[in-house]
Every structure is written in structure tokens, then in C-alpha cells.
Design a protein around this ligand. Structure first.
Ligand SMILES: NC(=O)c1ccc[n+]([C@@H]2O[C@H](COP(=O)([O-])OP(=O)(O)OC[C@H]3O[C@@H](n4cnc5c(N)ncnc54)[C@H](O)[C@@H]3O)[C@@H](O)[C@H]2O)c1
Length: 332
């Protein structure tokens, strides 16, 4: 299939492009490079020995999106493009609602106009709010604590309503847990600007001694050791989950958790990183971060039963691959 991948130069999108190309699909990327670098497109081509069409456009731009649909045969869309920093979304809610929700509407509109009936959407475990773990697709989404989470709930709702009104339109809502690690080559990975918001890039920068020590937000949660528990999933497992979801897409709306089903505390992840890479990670415990929940991990039985998909790579592989990328790419 010819797949339009919005945000395909970003962290999850670039790894998914590799999986798509390796599975025999063709890829058209639309990305405005707001949070990514053009050289990643070349790396995707190099790693797959394949071609990729790249459009540097903003996917909230109706005309630019229409031009792509008009000039290409598109069989499906995977919509990654969006802003993702929870804290920033609290400060800049309008930017988040505009970018994340309008982009979904513009793309869905183009799909209907050009009869493109496959739509895979990047959603998030955030939509479960403070439900009881493990989070299951049968649970009702709860109000989230931030505008970012609301943009995901709203986009899910918009796509669901469109699919109800247009029975041929097939939608897969993929709720990601915590993607970490990098492609095994170490050539592409997660490279945030400034001080990282997420744990693994923070850990790798401490390992590199770019940051002095890891700040752990709270050790008094009701968890195994008091630190927050998350469901870390290797980025290549997540990427492969998209290909499987796309290949199995049938009419209607399908929701899948993409995680490992296993909760790991911050201290457990730090320990795994130290063991995997033989590096000490200095840390300090600081106050809880507003909006954080104690535990977040997936019930992954639905994806296993319906898609035959499970995450294969373990925590040690996640830590090794994240570190390989850090030392290979971020040399300074
Ligand atoms: N990384 C995570 O932990 C996580 C978890 C759950 C959901 N998600 C969602 O997955 C998607 C991808 O996340 P990521 O980690 O790869 O983020 P990322 O920032 O690395 O990638 C997003 C890409 O979209 C592009 N982009 C943003 N707005 C755009 C626009 N209007 N037009 C064109 N391009 C635009 C950026 O330049 C970037 O290349 C996002 O929608 C995010 O909300 C991410």
C-alpha cells in the first residue's frame, strides 16, 4: 500500500516508516520539521535502501494536504504529526488544540474527499486518565489532567463519529504507552531539544554526563518502590504494531493498546540501564510532578488476540539501544 505518514520524520514516525518499508509498503512523509531534522529522511532511505517521498508541509494547511492527496495515490494514512509535551500544553493550550485537533480534521476531510478509507491514529495511554491499572480498551476514557491528553480524546472522538457516518472509513486508534529505545543501527532515535521531559532521554544524557544527575519526581507513590510505574515499550515493537494494525484494518473503529503489559518503576529502569550498559546513573529524589499518576500500564490482550501482535524486545534491549543511539549520534 501507499501510506501517507504525517509526522514521519519524528521519533515514532521515522521508526514506523522503516517498518512499513521493510514490510513492502511505500511511504509518503508529510512533516513540517517543527520537532525533527530533514537528515532523518535520508537515514530512513539509507537504512531501508528504499525511496521515500517527502513533503515539508504543515498538515493543518488544508491546501497543502489537498495537493498531496491530489498528486499521489494514497491507500491509507498514519497520523503522527502533533505536539506532545504535556507541560507545554498547559501553558499553550490553544496551540495544542489547534495543531493536534485541526490536523486530524484536515486529514480526515481529505480522506473522505479522495476515498482513502484507512486511517491509523497516534493516541495515548493518557486518555485513560486515572482509571485503575491495567488499562483496558473497554474502559471509558476519563478526563485527563492536561490539554495534550484532551487533544487525543477529542481526535479519537472525531474519528469515531466520522467512521459512524461513513461506514467504509476504517479507523485504528492506537494508544501508546511509553516508547523508548532506538533503531538497532543507532542511527535514528529520540533526540529531544533542551532538557528532556521523558525518562529515558534524561537517563542517557546523565549517562553521557551532559546532565549531572537524574531527578526522580516522587518516591512516595503506592508502587513497588515508591517511584512512578510506566509501561515502557521498545520503539521498534511500537513501529511494528502500526504495520500489523494497518494490515489488519477492517471497517469501523478499532482501539488497541500498544504496550508490553508490564509496569516498570523509575528505579527499576535506572537499575536496568546501569546493568545493560555498565554505567552508574546518579539520581536525586525531588517532589512529585503535578499531573503525574502513580501507575500506568496496559492490558495488551486485545492486540494479541485480534492482531497477533505482542512486544518482543525486553527492557535490557531498550536500554542498550537507547544508549547506542546517544553515543553514536550525540557525540558532544
Ligand atoms: N512519544 C511518546 O511518548 C508518545 C506517547 C503517546 C502518543 N504519542 C503521539 O505520537 C505522535 C508522534 O510522537 P513522537 O514522539 O514521534 O513525536 P515527535 O515530536 O518526535 O514527532 C512528531 C512529528 O510531527 C511533526 N509535526 C508536528 N506538528 C506538525 C504539523 N502541524 N504539520 C506537520 N508536521 C508536524 C514534527 O515536526 C515531528 O517530526 C504524536 O502525535 C504524539 O502525541 C507519543
Amino acid at each position: 500500500m501507499n501510506i501517507l505518514v504525517t509526522g514521519g520524520v519524528g521519533y515514532i514516525g521515522s521508526h514506523t516508516c522503516i517498518s512499513l518499508l521493510e514490510s513492502g509498503h511505500s511511504v509518503i512523509i508529510a512533516d513540517n520539521l517543527y520537532n525533527s531534522k530533514r537528515e532523518t529522511v535520508e537515514k530512513i532511505k539509507y537504512l531501508t535502501n528504499d525511496n521515500v517521498d517527502f513533503y515539508e508541509i504543515d498538515v493543518t494547511d488544508t491546501q497543502a494536504v489537498d495537493d498531496i492527496f491530489k498528486n499521489n495515490i494514497i491507500d491509507g494514512v498514519i497520523h503522527f504529526a502533533g505536539f506532545k509535551a504535556v507541560g507545554e500544553s498547559v501553558k499553550l493550550p490553544l496551540n495544542y488544540y489547534y495543531n493536534n485537533v485541526v490536523s486530524t480534521m484536515v486529514l480526515a476531510d481529505a480522506c473522505l474527499k479522495y476515498n482513502v478509507n484507512r486511517f491509523v491514529f497516534s493516541s495515548s495511554a493518557t486518555v485513560y486518565g486515572n482509571n485503575t491499572v491495567p488499562f483496558s480498551e473497554t474502559m471509558d476514557p476519563l478526563p485527563t489532567t492536561n490539554p495534550y491528553g484532551e487533544t487525543k480524546s477529542m481526535s479519537e472522538r472525531i474519528l469515531t463519529d466520522i467512521a459512524r457516518a461513513n461506514p467504509a472509513f476504517s479507523v485504528s486508534l492506537l494508544r501508546y504507552f511509553n516508547p523508548v529505545g532506538a533503531h538497532e543501527s543507532g542511527l535514528i532515535g529520540e533526540s529531544p531539544n533542551g532538557i528532556p521531559n521523558n525518562l529515558m532521554p534524561y537517563v542517557t544524557q546523565v549517562a553521557k554526563r551532559k546532565l549531572e544527575k537524574l531527578r526522580i519526581f516522587g518516591n512516595d507513590y503506592p508502587t513497588v518502590d515508591g517511584t512512578g510505574v510506566r509501561d515502557y515499550i521498545h520503539i521498534m515493537d511500537l513501529a511494528e504494531g502500526h504495520v500489523v494494525a494497518l494490515n489488519n484494518l477492517t471497517e469501523g473503529v478499532h482501539i488497541y493498546n500498544l504496550g508490553t503489559g508490564k509496569g516498570t518503576s523509575v528505579l527499576e529502569l535506572v537499575k536496568a540501564f546501569e546493568v545493560a550498559n555498565d554505567i552508574t546513573i546518579p539520581y536525586e529524589i525531588v517532589d512529585r510532578r503535578p499531573g503525574d499518576i502513580a501507575s500506568c500500564y496496559a492490558d495488551v490482550s486485545k492486540a494479541k488476540q485480534e492482531l497477533g501482535w505482542i512486544a518482543k524486545r525486553d527492557l535490557i534491549a531498550m536500554c542498550k539501544d537507547a544508549w547506542r543511539f546517544e553515543i553514536k549520534i550525540n557525540k558532544n
